[in-house]
Each structure stands twice: as structure tokens, then as C-alpha cells.
Ligand binder design. Structure first.
Ligand code: F1P
Length: 605
């Protein structure tokens, strides 16, 4: 595979839809047949694979097993939800639209509510959108996965956000239909129908919603979904849950899950704004047209295969040398950089120094609920000035700096920063969005290109709507940065087949994923795999009753302070050795870093 060209067959594109394909797993946790060999693929093949995976978001529904993004039912529900948002916009007094989620889903909630509140401000209207993210604002920039498991915390934070409101449209996002935090909020809405109308956004069919008991609850995510399905018949609740296909890296819902969330909710809110402020009624056709615009965004972005490949290779090279990848962004595109960078820590077990994002204007640009978070530590320093003081002095040619901006940003400011970066590293690259016919910017850009090793320039047709263009730039940037950081970690050897082995076991979803992975890779029975995992978490060779009688929450809280628990458990399972021995084996031969993981897996065996 490595080096050879990769073409995806039609059967691989649809294989995951078969009832027999990994039948015990929900779509969001299945492994994608398209990326089975991503760990051994060349940079260019990785880009093609990611493109094919993303394209699955827009596959037609005809003949498909699951309902899809462009399918009749999904579009109809989007129309209805947009009309509910319109009602709030018409009569904002005592009303609120709340978007809430965990991890990437909460970050998307933040990004979308920020953009649409800004749009309202520009129209001299009062804000009606609020976001909630499990773990609070620090979770915008770091992984806070323990609060995701707490349904009561979800309920309390919703209650607090809605104090005094008489009408709330609550949009809960959980890509896997799995987060207890969101289940607690939806249950609360169902108990207070006089105020709350619940909407659930996720990417599994309802029957695949998680059915495990949650601490202190009589309901499960699935039972909440079932109650919502019943109410959906009379439009007292709404479910928007198309399948978008398995993620390129199994379970990594920051990728398609995050993108599809952004697409769906922007379509909903844009339609509601157009209906309220420009008298354009919400229609099936209009919704479909907007979704198709995102499909074109995908095509336009991935048409830059060579440019993306170059970035991915450069970033992979930096990570392989133990050096940094820095995203320097402007405006909301910078926020996508911050988000992408922060997700590398839980997704790839990366160090916070490996991939970092910085935003021009820092927290002023972020405008988050809790304000500046600098007091939480250096990893929360996000302004360009912070980069100049803390990072730039130590950079060399092995560190890659990627400028992310558009023609509506202050290009002279971008050029000034580029010049300063060039004094320390020549490894400077750019992602730049511009509009067709903007010749002044094109001339400026020519000079600027000379400073950059590579420049990925996307020219967009003159827009019918500025706000649509902006949303397309954002999605395009999200796809590009997800591709760069995912591809770079694949090239670093962090992925085995299409699984992240060194997954952090910091919440119950990840605990179950880790056990499943151990089972798949070792072939040992589930009980033995869970035992091995617990031994690695508690650093013991024998499990005590004290350990086995604890619940998953205790296990995941303990796992927060451990590293490499899954690789350690895997070595123990494959070799039968003790934990201490497994640790020294991993030290001598880190199975999943640097090189082809599969051969290293063999080495350890
Ligand atoms: C929420 C989430 C993911 C994150 C990780 C843990 O998932 O925080 O965003 O990448 O997988 O869970 P979900 O509730 O949207 O499925």
C-alpha cells in the first residue's frame, strides 16, 4: 500500500452499512473499511482516504440502510427545528436556544452560538443563543472527559443557564448518542415540557443509542431517546440523527461528527435567521441547497490534494523529530485551530506542546462565557503575543508554523508575523481563503508567498451571502486542520490499522472502547481484557476486591493520572509478562510510535 496509489472501491465505501459489519457496534464506533490500512499509507493516500471518508457524509439515502444527512426525514426535521428557532427569534423575550455537548460537540456548540449571536448583534437584536460544554470553558481548550459522565451535572448546568426563561429550545449534541451529561439534560427537558422543547443531534440510529446504566439514574441514553421518539410524533421533541459513516480513525467523532454537527446546526440557524430577518420562508428546498453548498465545500477543499499532502508531510516530519506544529490564526478560523490542536491530546495521547493553536486577539476574539483562562496555566495562553514570548524564541527549522487566514483579515498583520517567524524557522506554511476577483489581495499574496515554503490557497466564487461564505471557510479549515493533525499523527506511527491504541481511558465511553480494542488486538476474552486494563490502570499485577468492586467512574478517574494504559495492557495480554516488564519493553520498543505499528506489534509479541 505505502507509496502505491489508493483508490476506493464502491464496496468499501458502503461495506460498513451491511447488517453483518461489526454488528455489535454503533456506526460511530465502527472501524471504517476505507481506512483499514491508513497506518501504512503514504501522505497522499492518507489525504485521499480522509476525502473518501468525509464524502460519506453526503452519500445519498436511496438504497441505504440508515437515514442520511440529505435524506427526506432529516431535511424535514431540520425544517421543523428551524421554524422553532424562528419562533424564539420573533419573540426573544424570556426565551433561549441552548446548544450543549461534551468535547468536540460542546466546542461546536460554542463556535456556532458565537457566530449567530454575533449576527444578531450586527442586526441590533438581542442574543438568544447560549452554549454549554461539559467541564466548563476550560473544556473548550482541553479534554475534560470526567464531567461528560455526569447526568446530574448536565441537568444542573442547563437549569442554571435557563434561569427565569419561559421558553427554551434545547439542542443536545452527542455524536454517539452516548454522553450521560447530555442524557441528563434531555431527561430534564422531558420532565418540564411547559418550558423546554428538546432536540437531539447525533450520528447513530436511535436503536444504537447507548443503553448502559448511568450513576444515580433510572434512565439510559437509549430510554431517553425512546421517550423522545414517542414525543417526536406530535413534534414535542425532535431527533436529527443521520448516519455519516464510521470515522477515519475509529470513534474519533471530532472529525465527521464535529463537521456534520456544524453543518446541521448552521443550516438550522441560518434558515431561521433568513426567515425572521429577510422574509425568506424556511423550505425543504432551501435547506437542501444549503447542505449542498457544504458538499461543494468538501470538494473544493479536497481538490487541493497536493497542498494538503505537503502540509501533512511537513507536520508529520516535525512530530517525528519531537518538534512542534503551531497554527497561527485570525478570526473564527483561528478558533478551529485552537480546537484542532487541543483535541490532539486526548485523541493521540499527544503532549500539549506538540500541536498548539494561537489566535490573534486572544480571549477577546474567543469571547467565551468565563472570559480569559490564562490563570489555568501556560497551555491556556492562546494569543499571538503569547506565541511570540513563549514559543518563538525556541523554534528552529524542524518546527512547522502554519498561518491560517482569509482575505478579510488584516493581511499586513499576517505578513508581519510571517517575517518574525521566518527569523527562527523557514518551515512556514499558509492556508489562505480568498474570493474570486480580489486582485489587490492577489498581488499582496505574491510577495507573501515568497516567505512560505508552501501556500494552500483556496479561491471561492463571489458569494451570494457573506455569512455562508464564512461558514464554508470554517468548514474547509476544519477539514484541512483535522487532516493535517490526524495525518501527521498517523505518519508518526500513533495509529494501528485505523485504531488509536494509546487512547486515554478518561470516561466510560473510552473505557468500553479500550476494552473492545484489547479484545480485537489480543483475541483474548473480554473479561481477561478488562482485567488487564484494570491492572494497568491501578499499576498492580493482581487485582484486589477493593479494585474490582469500584465502578467505572472510579476507574476512569484513576486512569486520568496514568499514561499508556492500553499499550501496557496489550503487551501483558500478548506476552503474559508482568506490568514492570511490559513497561520496560514499551520503553525499549514503543510499539505505537515511530515506524510501522504493525511490525512493532509483532516485535513486542
Ligand atoms: C463527546 C466526546 C468526544 C471526544 C471523545 C470523548 O462525544 O467528548 O467529542 O472526542 O470521544 O467524547 P459525543 O457525546 O459527541 O459522542
Amino acid at each position: 500500500m505505502a507509496g502505491s496509489d489508493w483508490t476506493c472501491s464502491l464496496s468499501a465505501m458502503h461495506e460498513w452499512e451491511s447488517q453483518d459489519y461489526e454488528p455489535s457496534l454503533p456506526v460511530s464506533e465502527k472501524s471504517n473499511p476505507l481506512t483499514r490500512d491508513i497506518d501504512r499509507a503514504s501522505a497522499k493516500c492518507i489525504v485521499r482516504m480522509l476525502q473518501a471518508c468525509d464524502a460519506q457524509m453526503f452519500q445519498e439515502e436511496t438504497g441505504a440502510t440508515y437515514q442520511r444527512l440529505l435524506g427526506e426525514r432529516v431535511v424535514e426535521t431540520v425544517v421543523e427545528v428551524a421554524k422553532r428557532v424562528q419562533l424564539v427569534l420573533k419573540d426573544p423575550q424570556d426565551s433561549l436556544v441552548v446548544l450543549s455537548g461534551c468535547g468536540t460537540s460542546g466546542r461546536m456548540a460554542f463556535l456556532i452560538t458565537s457566530a449567530f449571536n454575533r449576527a444578531l448583534r450586527e442586526l441590533n437584536q438581542s442574543s438568544v443563543y447560549s452554549y454549554i460544554i461539559a467541564g466548563g470553558d476550560r473544556a473548550l481548550l482541553s479534554s475534560q472527559e470526567a464531567p461528560e459522565d455526569d447526568p446530574k451535572l448536565g441537568m444542573l448546568s442547563l437549569k442554571k443557564a435557563c434561569e427565569g426563561k419561559k421558553r427554551v429550545l434545547f439542542i443536545g449534541i452527542s455524536c454517539g448518542l452516548s454522553a450521560p451529561f447530555v442524557a441528563g439534560q434531555l431527561d430534564f427537558c422531558l420532565q418540564h415540557p411547559e418550558v423546554y422543547t428538546p432536540v437531539l443531534v447525533g450520528f447513530n440510529p436511535a436503536h444504537q443509542a447507548r443503553d448502559e446504566p448511568m450513576p444515580g439514574c433510572t434512565f439510559t441514553f437509549r430510554s431517553v431517546v425512546q421517550r423522545m421518539q414517542e414525543l417526536a410524533k406530535s413534534q414535542k421533541a425532535f431527533l436529527i440523527n443521520p448516519a455519516v459513516g464510521p470515522e477515519a480513525i475509529s470513534g474519533s467523532s471530532r472529525m465527521k461528527g464535529g463537521s456534520a454537527t456544524k453543518i446541521l446546526l448552521e443550516v438550522v440557524l441560518s434558515a431561521a435567521h433568513a426567515a425572521t430577518f429577510t422574509n425568506t420562508p424556511v423550505t425543504h428546498k432551501g435547506i437542501l441547497q444549503h447542505m449542498r453548498a457544504y458538499e461543494k465545500t468538501l470538494d473544493k477543499t479536497y481538490a487541493q490534494t497536493d497542498g494538503i499532502t505537503a502540509l501533512l508531510e511537513a507536520a508529520g516530519q516535525s512530530l517525528l523529530c519531537g518538534r512542534r506544529v503551531c497554527y497561527m490564526g485570525w478570526g473564527s478560523l483561528a478558533l478551529l485551530g485552537l480546537i484542532d490542536a487541543s483535541e490532539c491530546i486526548p485523541t493521540f495521547g499527544a503532549d500539549y506542546e506538540d500541536v498548539r493553536g494561537f489566535v490573534s486577539g486572544g480571549y477577546k476574539e474567543l469571547n467565551n462565557n468565563e472570559g480569559p483562562l490564562i490563570s489555568l496555566g501556560p497551555d491556556f495562553c492562546i494569543a499571538h503575543e503569547d506565541f511570540l514570548h513563549l514559543i518563538l524564541p525556541s523554534l528552529n527549522d524542524q518546527d512547522i508554523v502554519l498561518l491560517v487566514y482569509t482575505h478579510s483579515d488584516d493581511v499586513s498583520e499576517v505578513a508581519e508575523l510571517a517575517r518574525r517567524v521566518r527569523e527562527k524557522t523557514s518551515n512556514l506554511h499558509a492556508i489562505y481563503h480568498r474570493v474570486d476577483g480580489d486582485t489587490a489581495a492577489a498581488v499582496q499574496q505574491e510577495d507573501f508567498n515568497k516567505l512560505c515554503l508552501s501556500s494552500l490557497k483556496i479561491t471561492w466564487p463571489s458569494p451570494a451571502s457573506e455569512s455562508l461564505l464564512h461558514m464554508q471557510w470554517e468548514l474547509s479549515t476544519k477539514l484541512l486542520l483535522n487532516a493535517v493533525s490526524t495525518g501527521a499523527h498517523v505518519l508518526k506511527g500513533k495509529i494501528y490499522q485505523n485504531h488509536m491504541i494509546d487512547v486515554q481511558v478518561t470516561n466510560s465511553k473510552l473505557y468500553c472502547r479500550a476494552t473492545r480494542l484489547l479484545r480485537k488486538l489480543s483475541g483474548c476474552p473480554e473479561s481477561q481484557c478488562e482485567e488487564a486494563l484494570l491492572k494497568a490502570i491501578y499499576e498492580v499485577d493482581e487485582l484486589t476486591v477493593g479494585i474490582t468492586s469500584c465502578d467505572i467512574t472510579t476507574h476512569t478517574l484513576t486512569a486520568r493520572n496514568r499514561s499508556k494504559v492500553v499499550p501496557l495492557a496489550l503487551v501483558c495480554l500478548l506476552t503474559g509478562c508482568s506490568l514492570v516488564e511490559a513497561e520496560s519493553r514499551l520503553e525499549q520498543q514503543p510499539i505505537f510510535s515511530g515506524g510501522t505499528s504493525s511490525t512493532m506489534l509483532v516485535c513486542v509479541m
